[in-house]
Design a protein around this ligand. Structure first.
Ligand SMILES: [Zn+2]
Ligand SMILES: [Zn+2]
Length: 185
């Protein structure tokens, strides 16, 4: 949605929106699905621009980097962002100075040209930030068998597991007992 910043000049503008993002446009391979994004917050005039304070709620499906299964979760993120308004795009040198100053305040900033704030790029950025570098379906995920590719969370395969050194003595004993024993197990 487009917010006319003029409306936020004297009193905070209430931002309520349900946004849809195109999954392909996001280009995040780990993101398998994305539901509607409920945005609620305010846009208020600040010293150097406009302060956006909002919460996004949405469901997303992430592909586990170990087992490659997608699992969905409900996400909720709060964020603050300072929107700097530039009259014309040419004022870059001045803007660099401003950004350096603002970086010290530890606030995320975004510079826009003109008095209209498009919320989509802003939402897109938060969604991207919400995707971990290496998503896992669970910290205990056993991943895929490197031999046959079966998902080990769903069951064991018949591939030979690496031998635990503590059992190597037993394995040697088994080998001595002959192949008949092994084929029955
Ligand atoms: Zn997994
Ligand atoms: Zn296997």
């Amino acid at each position: 949605m487009l917010i006319t910043l003029e409306e936020a000049r004297h009193e905070p503008f209430r931002w309520d929106e349900v946004a849809e993002l195109d999954l392909e446009e996001l280009e995040i391979p780990e993101l398998a699905s994305l539901g509607s994004i409920a945005c609620a917050g305010t846009v208020s005039a600040a010293q150097d621009g406009y302060l956006v304070r909002a919460r996004l709620e949405y469901s997303q499906g992430l592909v586990c980097t170990r087992c490659l299964e997608a699992s969905s979760s409900e996400e909720c993120c709060d964020f603050e962002l300072l929107v700097l308004v530039e009259e014309q795009a040419e004022e870059a040198p001045f803007d660099f100075e401003l950004e350096a100053e603002l970086a010290e305040q530890d606030l995320d900033t975004m510079t826009i040209v003109g008095e209209t704030l498009d919320t989509l790029p802003l939402i897109r950025e938060q969604i991207q930030l919400g995707v971990p570098m290496k998503p896992l379906c669970s910290s205990e995920c056993r991943g895929l068998c490197p031999e046959c590719g079966i998902n080990l969370n769903q069951g064991d395969c018949k591939c030979v597991a690496p031998v635990d050194p503590r059992w190597s003595g037993l394995a040697a004993l088994k080998a001595q007992l002959g192949s008949e024993d092994a084929s029955e197990s």
